[in-house]
Design a protein. Structure first.
Length: 429
């Protein structure tokens, strides 16, 4: 089946077209289009995502992105505009709270023929409710125009499945359809060997930090979660303390990568050259930069990141004006602390439940150091457990992952045309 997926839960507007087949036994996915428009530059001046700005920007971006995706998938066909008054009226009601979207919709959608798709998938939570509603209402309007069912998808489930569409060696999302077909064999092999149960999932994003135990397809139990801030949120807040732009995760990671390079020139804030040994370990042992690893020995799978962020706040206050080297040392130590805790808890869950697969997803999984250490430490602790890592493009928010989750749900349940779907900001797995 071909699924058109829509994602608007936060600050990325995304539309994907994914061909899915094989069922639970042999799921195979082919990404026909992966369109995405990021609002990061718009939110940056506020230091974080502003829900109503996000809503407005989704409204503007959705129709152009849909046209882009249909074109990329080569399924955009023109049609003479002749919608009935009844259809126009119903559309106006569905999109009454999204004026920009309604204008774009009525301008463009009547001109295109119903595309060859089987279902429309849309994120209905968790996320920012005003932003979620735009995607939901768009899905409902399209459902009405094209007579296709809507599959509501939990965003976190999307992150959980994001690695199933990735192939580390090939950048599929940039390949042409011909290239994709020629890769289909190796792709299929990978998909078939995926997800053996029990599986443990680490989901780490800007809004969530969870460890999930999956005993079968779509059967989950959240066994650990953050008690306060999500790890991505901590990255973002610490970045702000260091004077770095939003989103902070990639900024902190970039600074931390400089650590080994810069540490050889480590100088104290006072301008005096440091006389301590120059290897990184010695500086890390310096109690000035040492940060806590909250709850690392708590014996459960829960997290807490707000104390870590507060520890950085105190450190920054103590140091006063920060030099570039201070920032690098703090970024490195913060990242190491966050990764230490994520890995300790995740691997403890892998061991306890004898997981056959460890699957990871969410924006923070884009962090290269986290991936490197996950691979290394899993191989030591449980070499038989297979690690599924998403392609970097599928770690942060996107609609391809939403299509994947929708496919699995469609195998279990029949969905309706223009259904009642309500945005659910705090939806859990
Ligand atoms: O999954 P996502 O795109 O959106 C949510 O659903 O929240 O995750 C965004 C989060 C942000 O907090 C961002 O700072 C973080 O992922 N992030 C990273 C990296 N890239 C993005 N955190 C650490 N290292 C990265 N390389
Ligand atoms: Zn996300």
């Amino acid at each position: 089946m071909i699924i058109l997926a829509i994602e608007t839960s936060c600050d990325e507007t995304a539309i994907s077209l994914v061909e899915a087949k094989g069922g639970f036994a042999r799921p195979v996915f082919r990404v026909l289009a992966h369109a995405l428009s990021s609002q990061i530059a718009i939110h940056q001046k506020w230091g974080g995502v502003v829900p109503n700005i996000a809503k407005r920007e989704h409204g503007k971006a959705l129709v152009p992105l849909l046209l882009e995706a249909l074109t990329e998938a080569k399924i955009l066909q023109p049609k003479k505009p002749a919608p009935s008054d009844k259809l126009l009226k119903k559309t106006a009601i569905i999109l009454e709270r999204e004026p920009d979207l309604l204008i774009n919709f009525l301008e463009e959608i009547p001109k295109i023929a119903r595309p060859k798709i089987d279902a429309i998938a849309v994120t209905y939570g968790p996320g920012l409710e005003p932003a979620l509603w735009v995607g939901i209402n768009f899905a409902k309007a399209l459902s009405l125009w094209w007579d296709k069912p809507v599959i509501p998808v939990n965003h976190m489930e999307g992150h959980l499945f994001s690695s199933l569409a990735s192939d580390e060696k090939n950048d599929k999302l940039r390949m042409t359809n011909d290239e994709l077909t020629s890769k289909a064999e190796s792709w299929k092999r990978k998909a078939e060997s995926l997800m053996h149960f029990p599986a443990v999932a680490l989901l780490a994003s800007g809004g969530h930090t969870e460890i999930v135990l999956a005993t079968d397809w779509l059967k989950y139990q959240v066994i650990g979660r953050t008690r306060d801030d999500a790890v991505g949120e901590a990255f973002d807040k610490v970045a702000r303390l260091l004077g770095l732009p939003y989103p902070g995760g990639p900024e902190i990671a970039k600074l931390a990568e400089n650590y080994e390079l810069r540490i050889t020139n480590y100088g104290l804030k006072t301008g005096k050259k440091d006389t301590r040994p120059r290897d990184s370990a010695s500086v890390l042992r310096d109690s000035t930069f040492r940060l806590p690893r909250p709850m690392i020995n708590s014996g459960d799978f829960d997290f807490s990141f707000s104390g870590l962020k507060t520890a950085v706040l105190y450190l920054v206050k103590k140091l006063g004006a920060l030099t570039e080297t201070d920032k690098i040392a703090i970024a490195h130590e913060f990242q190491t602390a966050a990764v230490d805790v994520l890995i300790a808890k995740t691997l403890a869950a892998v061991k306890k439940f004898e997981a056959k697969t460890l699957v990871v997803g969410g924006g923070v999984i884009a962090n290269r150091e986290l991936k490197r250490r996950l691979k290394e430490e899993l191989a030591n602790i449980s070499p038989k457990t297979e690690l599924l890592l998403p392609d970097p493009k599928l770690s942060t928010d996107n609609a391809t992952m939403i299509a994947l989750a929708a496919y699995f749900h469609s195998l279990k349940k029949k969905y309706r045309i223009n259904p009642k779907i309500v945005a659910s900001g705090n939806l859990s797995l």
